[in-house]
Design a protein around this ligand. Structure first.
Ligand code: ATP
Length: 643
């Protein structure tokens, strides 16, 4: 409350009711948010800013709030539309140079010192003498300019992008250039996790309602309402992850009725439910003791969320909510044959797996990865795909997320039919002794799967939890039972030049995990094994354009000193023998103890093109793996564990 009152004055500035929101007000909020490490203060500051927008916007204007929210999370559209920023270093240097009259060499030298092009742009502008003051930037102007930059493509697009960037940078005052450049890079780095934005939106809506109705709530009542609003907002957004629908509904019906308005809707992908790793069957039995659970084959393909909309259109979305409908024209053609007549709209959760059409055998993921990712023509498909459905989330106008898995699975089997080589239900076994699970695990491997998914079947909390890594779903990967239980997905942030035969490529790489709370990449290991010569060349070709001699401000390097740094974009799946505490690397520092955690004998498995850098393994997951490893070691030492 104190923070709210104090900063309200500051953020207010000269901003008048019904005016477009000044970009300066947002930037002021960003600076204050960046300056505090405390999550509660970040939330309060953002709440204040959103509240001001609600108070100053004309009634019925949801656009100002929508654009402000997008700028706060550094996005320009929902994930499935995929309008993204991520302008490379060279183009940004060019734009900063043109707008400030400085040379590229000067800017690059400053960048090397500062590690943040945003700061360099701001300082370059500060030292620049200008004859006249440009018109202040507004949120609608900045938003539409960023959108234009992100969507311009084709031959002359580079020049167009630079000229729009120059136009905005020329008009920047104070701290504005710093955040504009960071937005353009695709990383705001103020520690504004999406969770914070959702809570702040909910809180602002409650406070606006309190003011409007002149409600006299006690502090206790207010706190309860704020907590409940945050819970509702998070749950609504996990079902319908698009601000384009949630914000107008919030302004129209308020937080109390938001859930009635915003439900899972075919055509809008939800973030999938995820599983926790396990190292042993004993661990699975321990977790599900006395409960109803099921084991399913864990297919080795690509997650596919399949939507049939009310108008009959079928859409397929990736684990990351990207629209994959153009990648799988064959699946779209196959699907209608698998739908029973009584089904007109649905959302199913499934795995798309490459198969050999003549033998019906499952092919490993490497085979699937040979398919083109975009604009595949039906007649060109050579890698055939079968869809293995394991969940039904929506059926004929009704979301099923709150039903238990037993009911969802029964509905799935009732409304769809298996067609060999095209569509099937994930093979399942509800038996639950160690021996039976062991046998089913072996069978899954024989049939070309990675292992098993073990899921809570019927209980009060076996509902579908979008975007959660839940203990109600456990993954048991055969290959990893003797390692740390799972592979890790890590971002390539640095490279070491090779020696001898490998002199023209990178011979080893620095990997990092990603902390969504601090928006930082934390280094975890150097990896140099598991690569063929051909792979090293491919990695070199892919990483070279992302190379920089400067470390970005959001990479927490610790003692790691690679020869070059990379823009953190590429994610690799990596296996490790075990995890150890490290004085050099920074992953999960402070979670187990002051030292970070590192991988011992890391080995490259494959690129994870379906994951963005922000989806890589989190420090919390790494700390959990480390803890489980030490727990199991100590049990083994005292002979408590058999399998
Ligand atoms: P994570 O972030 O959990 O590591 P991931 O995408 O790397 O996610 P995996 O570790 O391979 O996933 O395990 C979960 C994935 O397994 C799901 O995202 C899905 O793509 C796949 N999968 C295959 N079969 C099933 C099944 N029967 N039920 C659920 N998921 C399945």
């Amino acid at each position: 409350g104190v923070v709210l009152q104090k900063e309200k004055v500051d953020l207010n500035g000269g901003w008048q009711a019904d005016d477009p929101v000044p970009y300066a007000a947002l930037v002021k909020a960003f600076s204050l948010i960046e300056a505090t490490p405390k999550r509660l203060e970040k939330t309060a500051l953002l709440t204040t800013f959103f509240l001001l927008i609600l108070q100053r916007s004309a009634i019925g204007d949801s656009k100002s709030l929508l654009q402000a929210v997008y700028l706060c999370i550094n996005r320009l559209s929902p994930d499935y539309v995929g309008v993204e920023l991520g302008i490379g270093e060279n183009l940004l240097v060019k734009a900063i140079g043109q707008s400030t009259g400085r040379s590229a060499a000067q800017i690059k030298a400053d960048f090397k010192k500062e590690g943040d092009l945003g700061l360099v742009a701001m300082k370059s502008k500060k030292n620049q003498k200008t004859l006249f003051k440009a018109k202040p930037l507004t949120i609608p102007f900045v938003f539409s300019s960023l959108q234009e930059i992100a969507t311009s493509s084709g031959h002359a697009s580079q020049g167009k992008k630079v000229s729009i960037m120059v136009k905005i940078l020329t008009a920047c005052q104070g701290f504005e250039a710093k955040y504009i450049v960071r937005s353009l890079e695709g990383k705001l780095r103020i520690g504004n996790a999406e969770r914070t934005v959702l809570v702040a939106l909910a809180h602002a809506a409650v406070l606006a309602e309190m003011e409007r109705d002149q409600a006299k709530w006690t502090p206790h009542e207010l706190v309860n309402r704020l907590d409940e609003a945050a819970r509702v907002m998070k749950s609504v957004y996990s079902e319908l992850p698009t601000y384009e629908k949630v914000i107008p509904a919030l302004l129209e019906v308020g937080i109390a009725c938001l859930h009635d308005r915003c439900k899972l809707t075919p055509g809008i992908p939800l973030k999938p439910m995820l599983a926790k790793p396990t190292k042993a069957i004993g661990e699975v039995l321990h977790r599900f003791e006395g409960m109803d659970f099921t084991c399913e084959y864990k297919y080795d393909g690509e997650r596919a969320q399949v939507h049939k909309m009310e108008d009959g259109t079928i859409g397929i979305f990736s684990r990351n909510s990207e629209d994959m409908s153009k990648k799988y024209p064959d699946l779209i053609e196959q699907l209608p044959r698998c739908i029973r007549a009584s089904t007109n709209s649905f959302v199913i959760d499934a795995e798309a797996v490459a198969i050999n059409k003549s033998t019906g055998m499952l092919m490993p993921f490497q085979h699937l990865s040979k398919r083109k990712r975009k604009d595949v023509r039906f007649q060109d498909v050579t890698v055939h795909v079968c869809l293995y459905a394991f969940d039904l989330l929506y059926l004929n106008g009704e979301p099923l997320l709150q039903k238990d898995l037993k009911k969802r699975r029964a509905l799935l089997r009732q409304h769809f039919q298996s067609i060999p080589g095209e569509f099937d239900f994930a093979k399942a076994s509800d038996s639950n002794t160690i021996d039976e699970i062991e046998a089913f695990l072996e069978e899954s491997i024989k049939d070309g799967c990675e292992g098993l998914m073990v899921k809570m079947l019927a209980s009060d909390n076996s509902y579908y939890e979008p975007s959660r890594r839940s203990v109600n779903w456990l993954k048991l990967k055969k290959d990893y039972l003797h390692g740390v239980g799972d592979s890790l997905d890590l971002v390539v942030v640095g490279g070491y030049y090779g020696k001898g035969k490998r002199a023209n490529v990178y011979g080893a790489f620095l990997l990092a995990c990603y902390d969504t709370n601090t928006e930082e990449f934390q280094t975890i290991c150097k990896i140099g094994t598991g690569f063929s010569e051909e792979q090293l060349q491919t990695h070199y070709d892919m990483l070279k354009p992302l190379q920089s001699l400067n470390i970005r401000g959001d990479i927490k390097a610790g003692g790691a000193q690679p020869d070059v740094w990379f823009e953190p974009k590429i994610v690799w799946e990596v296996l490790t023998a075990d995890l150890s505490l490290s004085p050099i690397y920074t992953a999960a520092q402070g979670l187990i103890e002051e030292r970070g955690i590192s991988l011992r004998f890391p080995r490259f498995i494959r690129p994870r093109e379906d994951k963005s850098a922000e989806d890589s393994t989190s420090p919390e997951q790494i700390a959990e793996m480390y803890q489980r490893q030490t727990l199991i070691e100590s049990k083994r030492n005292t002979n408590e564990i058999g399998d």
